[in-house]
Design a protein around this ligand. Structure first.
Ligand SMILES: [Zn+2]
Length: 239
């Protein structure tokens, strides 16, 4: 079970951030991570999300490589999804398709107390049963849109994680939130679903004190503010 926690903590959505953590700005102004993430998203907006995806498209791992990664997953904590869970998870296909990953992402439901979602080794989406139970299908799509955006930065993420570069990790998380908003817009889904999903998972983890990693996390309030900023950028682009 501990190995599952390690895997899922490598890249997880909606861990609560503790006020005062390293890199978490308490002032009203944007942090350097927020400023850089906003500049990145402005660049994507200027070319359009479809063009960004085209320029940064990566090929999925081979079926054999995915099978090897799956085989290496610890069996402890792995769950067989119920019919209702499978129905909800099917909503992710729309998101996988947008990211050119339809049929190339394996989804695994795991039995852990925290409400967490993570991409493991680029192609396996790990979601705890608790997280799955908390969110609606639309909110699950919003989470998927954030998680699949990590594909564009997985090398940067690994480098920052190994260097404990918390500010860079926060920047990358916000960049993924920004791309998720753009992905949702492409699918005709409102950004409120991303905010709701992040809020539900974060608040649940706060209530249950299910804190695993915090220093690289952006606070929920800052995430929500950033998501709204990106939405405003996109709205301005439509006018
Ligand atoms: Zn993330």
């Amino acid at each position: 079970m501990n190995r599952v926690i390690v895997l899922i903590a490598c890249c997880c959505l909606a861990n609560p951030a503790i006020a005062g953590d390293i890199g978490e700005q308490q002032t009203a102004g944007p942090s350097p991570a927020e400023t850089r993430a906003r500049a990145f998203i402005e660049g994507v907006v200027s070319i359009g999300f479809a063009e960004f995806r085209r320029r940064n498209n990566t090929e999925p791992l081979s079926r054999e490589a995915r099978a090897a990664i799956l085989a290496a997953l610890p069996p402890q904590g792995a769950l067989v999804p119920t019919r209702a869970e499978r129905t909800k998870l099917a909503a992710l296909d729309q998101v996988f398709d947008l990211y050119n990953r339809l049929g190339a992402v394996d989804v695994r439901v795991v039995d852990l107390k925290p409400a967490l979602v993570a991409v493991h080794q680029r192609e396996i989406l790990l979601i705890t049963r608790q997280a799955l139970s908390l969110v609606s299908p639309r909110e699950l799509q919003a989470i998927g849109a954030h998680e699949l955006a990590h594909e564009y930065f997985w090398k940067d993420f690994d480098t920052a994680l190994n260097a404990n570069a918390y500010e860079r990790l926060q920047e990358l998380e916000l960049m993924c939130d920004g791309l998720a908003v753009m992905a949702l817009q492409s699918l005709g889904i409102g950004r409120s679903h991303l905010i709701n999903a992040a809020t539900k998972l974060t608040r649940y983890n706060e209530r249950t004190a299910a804190r695993i990693m915090t220093s690289r996390q952006v606070s929920l309030e800052r995430r929500v503010a950033f998501i709204k900023q990106v939405d405003a950028l996109l709205a301005a682009g439509r006018r």
